[in-house]
Design a protein around this ligand. Sequence first.
Ligand code: SF4
Ligand code: SF4
Length: 97
Amino acid sequence: MKHKYLKNVAMLDVSAQKCIGCGMCTEVCPHDVLCIVDNKVQIKEKDSCMECGACAMNCPVDAISVDASVGCAAAIIKGWLTGSEPSCDCSDGGSCC
Ligand code: SF4
Ligand code: SF4
């Protein structure tokens, strides 16, 4: 079964201009979020991105940006995994998630 997270919240962006088509990001992505088309990276399943940062960490030309482990998406996912109340502390004194 494919994992899907919240719609349009993943902080993932790719630069086809910088991409040299090495395919490393597609190798390391655990959720098959990225693909290579005409030797350039593309996002094919953004809502499957868990913002782990593996793709960006392994890209040799810095063509991928992702806010790994920050923000509301990460807080909600952590809440699901731990069974706790999701909170990303981005508002004063309370949870916004
Ligand atoms: S951040 Fe992780 S899940 Fe998202 S595209 Fe990169 S490797 Fe895949
Ligand atoms: S790792 Fe970087 S250079 Fe290689 S295919 Fe992915 S985005 Fe392109």
